[in-house]
Design a protein around this ligand. Structure first.
Ligand code: SAM
Length: 288
């Protein structure tokens, strides 16, 4: 296994990413959410947000031609496991695998169906410029396994990033903010204009840094939290006593059990109150 300085030097002399894309015919496929980052200063900056990447396992989803992967390895990642659905990219990544001196493995798979714990030992960090068409289901899947992850550094469309970090009482506050905020601390670390990508997407993007809380505050099942937030935000402007009719025959009783004012609206309800609601609902369902 090479030392980090040698690896960074070997990576620095690899062909530029534009040449890799041309040589391997990696025309961007919209269905796979392919908007590539070719500026290595930028990918290095994203890699640094991941923090201490020298030990444990860095999991990258969708390395594509390898811009962010180069950044991670040049910044000293001890072990990177990259999951890529597009088989065209695998051949394009061969010189980077070689230059990594055993620190990079690329797996051809669908990240939605990949068990992150099986990819390598903790501490695990997930770092990715996500394919936007599956970014939200990927995030929710990882939040369900948050005990196995130390940090996530993820690129989303800016509008989705704002929904992830939103505070109660704001327009963007909803299910994503509650599910993420219950299980982790999240902040927007960087925003990027469309021109940072090739091809440029239609919208702005943002990198979100998500740090799971170990253990999560308030004991509740994320599946219950998903269910109650779906009902509450399904009709976000209604008072909860009305909005929760899709969840229970007796919304007033459920809200009383959770110590929530029945005239409150979902958009102003803090995360701790959603946790109480999820627990009260579980108890009402006779599973508590
Ligand atoms: N990391 C590269 C970069 O920053 O230039 C590429 C990022 S691009 C936005 C998303 C990548 O995810 C593409 O390479 C795409 O083929 C891959 N991808 C799309 N859906 C995937 C899935 N379900 N599982 C794994 N990779 C996927």
């Amino acid at each position: 296994m090479g030392n980090p300085g040698d690896i960074a030097e070997r990576i620095a002399i690899l062909p530029p990413l534009r040449e890799v894309i041309a040589a391997h015919g990696l025309s961007a496929r919209k269905g796979l959410g392919q908007n590539f980052l070719l500026d290595l200063n930028l990918t290095g900056k994203i890699a640094r947000i991941a923090g201490a990447i020298h030990d444990g396992t860095v999991i990258e989803v969708g390395p594509g031609p390898g811009g962010l992967t180069r950044g991670l390895l040049s910044e000293g990642a001890g072990r990177v496991v990259a999951i890529e659905k597009d088989p065209r990219c695998i051949e394009a990544l061969a010189p980077l695998i070689e230059a990594s001196g055993g620190r990079l493995d690329v797996i051809t798979a669908d990240a939605l169906e990949t068990d992150i714990e099986a990819l390598g030992p903790a501490p695990r960090r997930i770092v990715a410029n996500l394919p936007y068409n599956v970014a939200t289901p990927l995030l929710i899947g990882w939040l369900k396994r948050a005990e196995a992850v130390d940090r996530l550094v993820l690129m989303f469309q800016r509008e989705v990033a704002e929904r992830i970090v939103a505070a109660p009482g704001t327009e963007a506050y909803g299910r994503l903010a509650v599910l993420t905020g219950w299980r982790a601390h999240a902040r927007i670390a960087m925003t990027l204009p469309p021109r940072a990508f090739t091809p440029p997407p239609k919208v702005e993007s943002a990198v979100v840094e998500i740090e799971p809380r170990h253990p999560p505050p308030g004991d509740c099942d994320i599946a219950d939290l998903e269910r109650v937030t779906a009902a509450a935000f399904g009709q976000r402007r209604k008072m909860l006593r009305g909005a929760l009719k899709s969840l229970t025959k007796n919304p007033a009783g459920l809200l009383a059990a959770a110590d929530i004012d029945p005239t409150t609206r979902a958009e102003t309800l803090p995360i701790e109150a959603f946790v109480r609601l999820a627990r009260a609902w579980r108890a009402e369902m006779g599973r508590g």
